[in-house]
Ligand binder design. Structure first.
Ligand SMILES: CC(C)(COP(=O)(O)OP(=O)(O)OC[C@H]1O[C@@H](n2cnc3c(N)ncnc32)[C@H](O)[C@@H]1OP(=O)(O)O)[C@@H](O)C(=O)NCCC(=O)NCCS
Length: 308
C-alpha cells in the first residue's frame, strides 16, 4: 500500500519535472515542425521501404512540435507500409547489464516493464501495432510490415545478437539502415552484432559472465534467456564511454571514407544514416586489421596509420 503510493507520487513528480523541462525547451530552443523533420530526413536519405534501427536524442533535435510522437509519425510516413522501424526498448533495472543480471528477484515482463532508452522509445512502446521482443535486457520494439518476424524468437536465440535475434533478421532485410538522430557514433548497439557473429575470431574476448534471466510471455510461460555481460574494464574504454571521442571520430571518418556514412542536419542536430549490411562488412574489415570499438587510444593511432 505504502509502496504503491510512493510509486504513484514518484510518477506524478516525474511528470511535473518533465512538463517543466519541456516548457523551458519550448521557450529556448528552435521550434521544429513535422514538415521540417520530413524534409531533413529525406535529405539524409530515408526512403520508402526502409527498415530503420533508430538510436536517438530527442532534445538534440530542438523543440519538436508535438513531441516524440511527431518524430515517430514522420518516420512511419517516410518508410511507408512496406517499411519497418526498430527502436531499442532495453530494460535494465540494475542500471547496467551486469547489475541487472545479478538481481535475484527480476523477471522481465513486456506487459509491465518500460524502457530506459529515452523518450522516443518510451513513446514508441505505447503506440498501436508496435511489437516487442521478449528479452530481459535487450528487448527491441518494432513497427511495420515485418514487425512480427523481427521480434519473434528473440528469447530463443542463442545470444542477444545471435541467429534469430532482431539484429540478425534486420541486417538481412533489403534497405536495412541504422539511423542516429542527434547522437554521436557512440551509443550504437549494432557494433555488438559482430562480436556474436565472429565469436572466437573477434580480436578480443569481451565477455565477463554468462547468465540466464527469466522472462514471462503473453501466455504466462517462463523462459530462461541467455545474457552475457561485458568485462567492466572494457566498457571503460569502449566507443560509448565519454573519454573515447577519438574512437567515435575514427569510426565516423572511416565509415565516411568507405562511402557508407550519410550525414545531414535534422532539426538542430547532426544526424547520420548507415546501410546495415555495409556497416557490418566494414566493422569486420576493421576487426581483421585489429581495430574494434574497444581499441585503446595509442593502439588505435598506430593501427589507423597502417590502414590502406
Ligand atoms: C541518453 C540519451 C537518450 C539522452 O538524450 P536526450 O535527448 O537527453 O533524452 P531523450 O531522447 O530521452 O529526450 C528527453 C529530453 O527531451 C526533452 N524534450 C521534451 N519535450 C521535447 C520536445 N517536444 N522536443 C524536443 N525535446 C523535448 C526533455 O526535456 C528531455 O531533456 P532533459 O532531460 O534535459 O529534460 C541519448 O544521448 C542517447 O544516448 N541515445 C541513444 C540511446 C540508445 O539507443 N542506447 C542504446 C545504445 S547501446
Amino acid at each position: 500500500m505504502l509502496n504503491s503510493l510512493k510509486q504513484q507520487l514518484k510518477r506524478i513528480l516525474q511528470r511535473l519535472q518533465r512538463n517543466r523541462a519541456a516548457e523551458k525547451l519550448k521557450q529556448q530552443a528552435n521550434h521544429i515542425s513535422a514538415e521540417q523533420l520530413q524534409h531533413d530526413l529525406q535529405q539524409l536519405g530515408v526512403q520508402q521501404g526502409d527498415t530503420l534501427f533508430l538510436h536517438s536524442s530527442l532534445k538534440s533535435l530542438g523543440y519538436v512540435v508535438g513531441g516524440p510522437a511527431t518524430v515517430i509519425k514522420v518516420l512511419q510516413q517516410l518508410v511507408g507500409e512496406q517499411g519497418n522501424i526498430l527502436l531499442p526498448a532495453y530494460y535494465l533495472p540494475g542500471g547496467t547489464i551486469e547489475a541487472t543480471c545479478q538481481l535475484t528477484d527480476y523477471q522481465f515482463d513486456p506487459r509491465i516493464h518500460g524502457t530506459h532508452m529515452g523518450r522516443l522509445p518510451e513513446t514508441f512502446l505505447q503506440l498501436p501495432g508496435v511489437k516487442r521482443s521478449l528479452h530481459p535486457t535487450h528487448s527491441v520494439a518494432v513497427w511495420g510490415a515485418q514487425a512480427d518476424y523481427l521480434t519473434n524468437g528473440h528469447h530463443q536465440a542463442p545470444s542477444v545478437f545471435g541467429e534469430g535475434s532482431p539484429w540478425q533478421r534486420f541486417t538481412a532485410l533489403p534497405q536495412a539502415k541504422v539511423l542516429g538522430l542527434g547522437i554521436s557514433m557512440g551509443p550504437v548497439t549494432f557494433y555488438h552484432l559482430l562480436e556474436d557473429q565472429l565469436g572466437e575470431a573477434f580480436p578480443l574476448n569481451v565477455w565477463h559472465q554468462e547468465y540466464r534471466l527469466p522472462c514471462i510471455d503473453q501466455d504466462n510461460q517462463i523462459w530462461q534467456v541467455p545474457v552475457k555481460s561485458y568485462k567492466p574494464e572494457l566498457t571503460q574504454q569502449r566507443i560509448d564511454h565519454p573519454s573515447r571521442a577519438d574512437l567515435r571520430e575514427f569510426f565516423r571518418q572511416s565509415l565516411q571514407q568507405a562511402g557508407l556514412l550519410q550525414q545531414a542536419q535534422v532539426g538542430d542536430s547532426q544526424s547520420w544514416l548507415l546501410p546495415a549490411a555495409g556497416f557490418l562488412t566494414h566493422l569486420q574489415w576493421l576487426a581483421e586489421r585489429g581495430i574494434t570499438i574497444y581499441t585503446p587510444e595509442a593502439e588505435l593511432a598506430q593501427k589507423a596509420a597502417n590502414l590502406p
